[in-house]
Design a protein. Structure first.
Length: 77
C-alpha cells in the first residue's frame, strides 16, 4: 500500500470517528434537555454535561488531525 493510500485510509477513519462523536453529542444533549425539562438536575445531569464538553474537545482534536492529514495528502501529490 502506498503512502497516499495509507493517509486516505486514516482520513476515512477520522471522518467516521467524527460522525460517531457528533452523533453521540446530539443524543447526549437531547437527554440533557429531557432531564432538565423533567426537573431531574442531579449527578447524572452534571456528568452528562461534563462528558459533552469532553466529547466537544475530542471533536476539535479530530478536526485538527483531519486538517493535518489533508495537508499531508496535498504534499504527497
Amino acid at each position: 500500500m502506498g503512502k497516499i493510500d495509507e493517509v486516505k485510509e486514516i482520513l476515512n477513519t477520522l471522518r467516521i470517528a467524527l460522525s460517531i462523536t457528533i452523533s453521540i453529542i446530539v443524543i447526549l444533549i437531547g437527554s440533557i434537555v429531557n432531564r432538565y425539562d423533567e426537573s431531574k438536575i442531579d449527578g447524572i445531569f452534571w456528568m452528562a454535561i461534563i462528558v459533552c464538553f469532553v466529547l466537544i474537545g475530542f471533536v476539535f482534536l479530530i478536526v485538527r488531525k483531519l486538517s493535518k492529514k489533508t495537508k499531508e495528502i496535498k504534499d504527497l501529490q
